[in-house]
Ligand binder design. Structure first.
Ligand code: MD3
Ligand code: FE
Length: 226
């Protein structure tokens, strides 16, 4: 077996291109992990992971929480960002400095210098949890990149095109992998296949944790008449 087999076809640090402006930085988050895990525990203590309900009335199989100024939420009224955790009525926990550093460093590595996320959605997958094909369109500024960090169990990421019916590429995301996408790849359909049962990860057991850093912007709408 070669190093390439061990790292799923690519060595750590060697960017793997998913699209013209979407790259996988294999294992980029590894050096940050010892600081990331205690930070997650701190966030959970104030805003626990919970299963939210979609506007269509389905309970998500993925459990989520947030940190940073804005948090992504869903309920029967819709998908949106909120400054308050609806469960506590309090602001979301602050974004830990190590999260900000990881997001900024990964974005810069992918060519997006000066990325300052104001929102971090934290998804938790247990075996069987999945995320169906969707676009991220609740943010104000579609020019900012999105940075995602995968920890724990391996997931199969589904990367589609600009139309729901476009062909989907499947790629594994391993513990420590970071994906950065912006520009024309920002609005591509994507999802996560149902998490398979697998031997427990030494640090995270059967769970997969995913951080998604975004510039969500200020939630406001501006009506304009001609
Ligand atoms: C590609 N989460 O929370 S992160 C989500 O692994 C979400 O939990 C998945 O999709 C997860 O919205 C995937 C990777 C990701 C995030 C946003 C994207 C890929 C993306 C936006 C555009 C294209
Ligand atoms: Fe998404």
């Amino acid at each position: 077996m070669t190093t390439l087999d061990l790292f799923g076809g690519s060595e750590p640090g060697e960017p793997e291109r998913l699209g013209s402006q979407a790259v996988i930085l294999r294992r980029f988050a590894t050096p940050y992990v010892p600081e990331l895990l205690p930070a997650i525990s701190g966030i959970e203590a104030h805003s626990p992971f919970r299963h939210m309900v979609t506007p269509g009335g389905f309970t998500m199989s993925v459990a989520l929480t947030n940190c940073g100024h804005l948090g992504w939420i869903t309920d029967r009224r819709g998908y949106r960002y909120s400054e308050l955790d609806p469960q506590s009525g309090q602001p979301w926990p602050n974004m830990p400095a190590v999260f900000q550093r990881l997001a900024r460093d990964a974005a810069a590595e992918a060519g997006f210098v000066g990325f300052e996320p104001d929102a971090c959605l934290i998804n938790r997958y247990l075996p069987g949890a999945r995320m169906s094909l969707h676009q991220d369109r609740n943010e104000i500024d579609f020019t900012a990149p999105i940075v995602s960090v995968s920890l724990g169990a391996t997931a199969t990421f589904l990367f589609g095109g600009q139309e729901r019916s476009d062909k989907v590429v499947r790629t594994p995301l391993y513990h420590g992998d970071v994906v950065v996408w912006g520009g024309e790849d920002r609005m591509r359909f994507h999802g996560v296949a149902p998490l398979k049962d697998q031997p427990p990860h030494p640090l995270l057991g059967r769970q997969r944790i995913n951080f998604t850093f975004r510039k969500a912007g200020v939630a406001y709408t501006c009506a304009h008449s001609p």
